[in-house]
Design a protein around this ligand. Structure first.
Ligand code: ZN
Length: 417
């Protein structure tokens, strides 16, 4: 096992650990740990809500999920010799749940969860169809996930960090804030909001305190969106064996990561989110000096995905076009066509006895693939969602026998609120 350079004690909260991480992006959050090019090291990561979500049959914790506290990130890690303009090479050597035999109270200790936020608290990709809060608990056995809330389904997880990235420069941070603030101004009272402005409340900024903490808290960017530094990209294939090339914007690069997922479908359509968990990640780092210019990597990281995907060979795919549910034609709207593809799949799975929210949860958590199949055939874009047939313990393709009926069991808990 590589040296643990960033340990977390599962019995303590994020702010009571040996190293206090952060939940905002800012160039002035000091690095906690320094590593060298060539080092391999282990980092523990808290589940993104720092343990606020529990293993039970109620979604009230999702309804009240404290969005101002996310994401609790491990780091920053300074890489010796890294300078603005370099590319930081990060290899994901290994990644997994909290390495402990017994199940415990924290997501990652033998279990994880998928939630859907209420429309009033962040919403999700299909928030018009699912405006309430929901939660599903998934149990882990080796690489496999099953759920008491979604019978008849089991699948191999592609474990990955939802979030990893380098610190922005002051200039880059100012650009983020300007453009996101301008977007919010186009519809400032929208529910859910168009973007999340800086929010000093609940900002955790490593070792900063006093006036310096307050200054940085007022400026620091929220961690929800992916940006030029990588960040919350939520790429399901970002697993063991992945090599990422991050632009370096500040001396030391100041790499951070968290939001580990046991599994996720393309798009992370449930938003809260994939199968969320705490765990560990083993990393190797190196540098390409001046690599941003050499390779033209100025905007966003590039990466080579890991090659440990499950071997699913048969898929049932659903398509959608850019026509609204009310029948209005939109122009090449791939977001809409992906929604329609997902709703198509949800309608289909209900024929087998699943509730609509059970079907939604399957698409959010299982390793389904989403594709932009056509983006030029005016006026309709065509998006598709591919579901591996082997995740169901019954035949799921259409046949003359009609759909097998699954016992929906206790179903998916919905919040009382
Ligand atoms: Zn996540």
């Amino acid at each position: 096992m590589p040296k643990v350079v960033y340990p977390l004690d599962s019995t303590k909260s994020f702010t009571d650990q040996q190293y206090v991480g952060h939940n905002r992006w800012h160039p002035d959050i000091p690095a906690n740990v320094t590593v060298r090019p060539g080092d391999v090291f282990r980092v523990d990561c808290r589940e993104w809500f720092d343990g606020a979500i529990v293993n039970d049959d109620s979604a009230d914790d999702i309804l009240n999920a404290p969005l101002s506290t996310v994401h609790v990130l491990s780091g920053p890690f300074a890489v010796e010799g890294a300078e603005p303009g370099d590319l930081l090479i990060v290899d994901i050597v290994d990644v997994g749940p909290i390495p402990q035999e017994d199940s415990g109270p924290l997501a990652g200790q033998g279990w994880g969860y998928t939630g859907v936020f209420a429309k009033s608290n962040g919403g999700g990709f299909l928030t018009d169809q699912f405006p309430d809060a929901y939660k599903v608990i998934w149990d882990f056995r080796g690489q496999t996930a099953t759920s008491r809330h979604v019978p008849g389904v089991s699948f191999t997880g592609i474990v990955h960090p939802g979030l990893m990235g380098t610190a922005p420069s002051a200039e880059l941070l100012a650009r983020w804030t300007a453009r996101e603030t301008a977007l919010i101004a186009t519809d400032p009272h929208r529910v859910p909001p168009l973007a999340l402005p800086p929010l000093p409340d609940d900002a955790i900024l490593g070792t900063l305190s006093g006036a310096e903490h307050d200054r940085v808290a007022a400026e620091a960017a929220r961690t929800a969106p992916p940006r030029e530094n990588g960040g919350n990209q939520d790429i399901k294939n970002f697993t063991k064996g992945t090599r990422v090339f991050y632009p370096v914007f500040v001396p030391g690069a100041n790499l951070s990561m968290g939001d580990l997922h046991f599994s996720q479908g393309d798009g992370e359509i449930t938003f809260c989110g994939a199968i969320e968990m705490g765990g560990f990640i083993d990393l190797h780092v190196d540098l390409i000096k001046g690599g941003m210019e050499t390779y033209g990597v100025h905007e966003n990281a590039i990466f080579m995905p890991g090659n440990v995907d499950p071997q699913y060979s048969q898929w049932l795919a659903f398509s959608g076009t850019s026509v609204t549910l009310d029948g209005e034609q939109r122009y090449l709207d791939s977001h809409l066509s992906y929604q329609r593809a997902c709703l198509h799949a949800i309608d289909y799975l209900q024929k087998f006895g699943y509730s609509d929210i059970q079907a939604y949860m399957i698409l959010g958590a299982a390793p389904i693939e989403g594709r932009l199949s056509g983006v030029v055939d005016i006026p309709n874009s065509c998006s598709t969602v591919y579901i591996p047939t082997a995740i169901f313990d019954f035949p799921v393709a259409p046949s003359a026998d009609g759909p097998h009926q699954v016992d929906p069991g206790m179903g998916v808990p919905m919040s009382a609120g």
